[in-house]
Design a protein around this ligand. Sequence first.
Ligand code: BGC
Length: 737
Amino acid sequence: MTRTRTGYPSIVCSALSPPHVAPTIALAQEQATDARAIKTEQQMTDDERFSLLISVMGTTGSITTVRDPRIPEGLPMSAGYTPGVLRLGVPALRMTDASLGVTNPGYRPEDKGATAMPASVVVGSSFNPQLAREGGAVIGREARIRGFNVVLAGGINLAREVRNGRNFEYYSEDPYLSAVLGAEAVNGIQGEGVISTLKHYTLNCNETNRHWLDAIIDPAAHRESDLLAFQIAIEHSQAGAIMSGYNKINGHYAGGNHHLLNEVLKGAWGYKGWVMSDWGATPEWDFALKGLDQESGAQLDVMMWRTEPFTEPLRKAHAEGELPKERLSDMVRRILRSVYAVGIDKWGPAPEVDMARHSEVALETARQGIVVLKNDGVLPLAADKPLKIAVIGGYAQLGVLSGTGSSAVLPVGGYAAVIQIGGTGIMGGGRNLYLFPSSPLAELKKLLPTMHIEFDPGQTPAEAVLLAKRSDLVLAFGIRSEGEGFDLADLSLPWGQDAVIDVVASVNPNTIVVLETGNPVSMPWRSKVKAIVQAWYPGQAGGQAIAEVLTGKVNPSGRLPITFPADLAQTPRPELPGLGTPWGTPIIIRYDEGAEVGYRWFAKKGEKPLYAFGHGLSYTSFDYHDLEVGGGETITASFTVTNTGKREGADVPQLYLTEVPGEKRMRLLGFERVELRPGQSRRVTVTADPRLLARFDAGADHQWRISTGTYRVALGKSANDFVLTGAAPLTPRLFGR
Ligand code: BGC
């Protein structure tokens, strides 16, 4: 990476190689792409350059219902539109939200819906990068047939806070797991010729007053956690764009954060794509000097910050010499580079899309992501006995829950129901309880035709108990609508559901609870129930997947990507700063846990969670043996996994760092999802990314440091359940980036 005269990292020099390509070919391709971007940019007029630096929102009720005149007639409405430069073959950028499927917040009436994938936290629970890639490909293809060439996907913020309303849109609390899964989702999308973002860079880990939230963190700890997730995800995927967050980090807005954008992302990491803002997150034109390349959803900035659109003051600054010509060129070249690298300028006819196959991917993702947390022998449901089963609550007669906000997908055929919830702030109007039409009740009836299954809505404890008492077994559904713009006040289930489950479990000892939530809940009734199944927001086929796991048609293999605390007192912030403050209140959250997020925090504090990161039960059993650990430049561990039970199933052995010289330190070093028949074994090898073994020195060195000595590791079924341990010496070294 070279620095230009003005000190802004430019993209002229190549740095990263795309994965899976021979380095010399990759370098040649990179250089050709760089050169093409430069050549096109050089032929542009300033008007054309500035036109690329802003996107406008399509018609939407929250802004206006009138079509923005900058968007040509006949184009599908979307989250963002940037005109192209047709004379130079640069296509318009047509952007849509698509983390969990291509969205349509009501402004494309002719579009009857897309595949509604399970939430990203479900993909996180699958610990399956291949599945993440397939889900990405579904999204890429469905974006493409609608003419969208940029998707706002790839949410990889860490679940630092179990009250964050948007955790369902993210993969996990662990940087490595989130990076690997997020990167594969992006690879799936970009493999279809559609640019994807990785978002929201960075530390947008809470929703309350997010536009005024200052996230404070130690810079070295930041590199070892949230930034490491972005760094690895970028290396593995070459995502075409990065979306900055709404919040400030250490006093500076994410979109105008010179250190994080110019010095880290574009400087140290050599990122070559473009940085777009989040929607309504560009209050100042000089964010351009601090690393922002494109303003998104310009009308929102006008509304929120009462500023002129970015490009007007930008033009003025350029005319007055405050925005150097080189920087203007760099902003444009970065966009062009991703256009060419992903190939959105070369689209032929849209590919055929097999929606049935896409439904299968949605179903399979839900199957692999549902986590059985507790099972006192009641699951899978015994199909041979004609039982009387009570299904209680959670709108299980209608469907399964989706999260709310900009990621919400209108499924093919529409929702089973939309119940308005509402709330404060500008996100309040769109806060709904969305139900996808995959009814767990109907699916259970299909799979258990000889059972007598009755439904009670679980409106009151007194009513629910009537059915529970006269049933052999109760399936109680607990739901909580979570979403963008809102953090949770606590870990309870809303609308009195905890009381319903408690009383139902008191009268019926065979109670099984199925949870559809985006975050952990406290489960005060936990000891009274026989089984607990965490189904998250399982997408358009969620009801079927839930029924298949309950009945044993599918052997569960999901593992928790977020630690379930026993209570909030165990977490880094028992009180959430700013919770409940009115819209517009500046708030500060100190992420003092630093890099010790989630299970790392629990290990550091010696706290035992309700359910540990990585935990999840199966209907078969697995054994680990013959662990061999090698050292040197990094840790390599090989071990054998054997299915010792009677059923085919998948396991996720997890390798953790537990101790470095002189200090206990927990880090997930690697994992693999292994499918095994009864009696079958497989040898697995995990090689740790050395950055997971190192400490980042944020002082003068700006390097990763591995100290000499013995590093201890454990092979476990969760962060709290180790089966084998080992150790190996590492050689000391300092390395950059
Ligand atoms: C969200 C982004 C989203 C954008 C466009 C924002 O409110 O934070 O994730 O991509 O809206 O809809």
